[in-house]
Write a protein of this length. Structure first.
Length: 291
């Protein structure tokens, strides 16, 4: 005799809760290149195994009318679920510690000399005399970058940029595929017309998956028309080797500085990785201002 459907559902729900915990870990992490994805696939397999094993154990569990082997304790619901959960949580901890990727690839860049970064005036917002410079390495397709731009950046602009305390320099780290490169190049074409930040804002507002057509060339031209850019200059610029070279140079500079995921920030040379909450940026910026 098997257990009731309600008991089976409880185990499935427990497994779903673990999956939710994994998703929370992923959501708090920066967007990383695709070679790291197999680690998360592996973790997903673990969850599936845990759920399937728990289901079978529950079906095989002795009932009140079934005897157990002498000296062997019956399976305990709480212990079984705790053990399953602990196994997955340990797997999460391993990945967070770097166990899911080559040891040589650290997620935290070292402190850098920001003088090594190329600065293009059109990609800077803030006072030239600001005491603190924030370099932002980002990808227009990256959902975590979009989260930063939509939730944290407005507060930073109001509190620090508009008051002359910091300036932000946008740098491309276009690694998520061809549409990342096209979008970055299109933003450089807008920059040539002094409209980088408007085009930047529109791109993050129109995110819709990776390499699924949201940033194909027709869409990018459409965005330029929305902003009333000079299309006679913009359209040929999309295939201009010079703007492509800017995107490639930015991406290479980031890699040389240790950027392994987006968004990654350098605040007067100090790294801050991921779409961190506003308080983390405030603490890092205030520390830089007080030095």
């Amino acid at each position: 005799m098997t257990d009731s459907p309600e008991e089976i559902i409880e185990v499935v729900q427990d497994t779903a809760e673990v999956e939710s915990e994994i998703e929370e870990v992923r959501e708090s992490s920066p967007r990383t290149p695709r070679w790291i994805a197999p680690a998360w696939f592996f973790l997903g397999v673990i969850v599936g195994i845990v759920g399937f094993a728990a289901y079978n154990l529950l079906l095989a569990r002795p009932t009140a009318t079934t005897s157990t082997t002498a000296g062997a304790p019956a399976l305990d619901d709480t212990a079984m679920r705790a053990a399953a959960r602990q196994g997955v949580i340990e797997a999460i901890a391993t990945l967070q510690a770097g166990g899911g990727q080559p040891a040589a690839e650290s997620q935290e860049p070292a402190v850098v000399d920001q003088g090594q970064f190329t600065v293009r005036a059109a990609n800077v917002t803030g006072s030239e005399t600001a005491a603190v410079t924030v370099f932002e390495f980002s990808d227009f397709q990256c959902p975590f970058c979009g989260r930063f731009e939509n939730t944290v950046a407005p507060a930073l602009l109001q509190q620090y940029v508009d008051t002359g305390k910091i300036k932000i320099v946008y740098k491309h780290s276009a690694f998520l595929g061809p549409e990342s490169v096209w979008a970055a190049q299109a933003s450089e074409c807008a920059a040539d017309q002094g409209r980088f930040w408007e085009y930047h804002d529109l791109l993050f507002d129109r995110q819709a998956g990776e390499n699924q057509g949201a940033f194909n060339k027709d869409k990018l031209i459409g965005f330029a028309k929305e902003l009333s850019l000079d299309m006679a200059k913009f359209e040929p610029c999309l295939t201009n080797d010079e703007t492509l070279a800017r995107v490639q140079a930015d991406t290479q500079e980031g890699q040389q500085a240790g950027v392994r995921g987006t968004p990654t920030f350098f605040i007067n040379g100090q790294p801050l990785v991921g779409a961190q909450p506003l308080q983390a940026f405030q603490a890092a910026i205030d520390q830089a201002l007080n030095q």
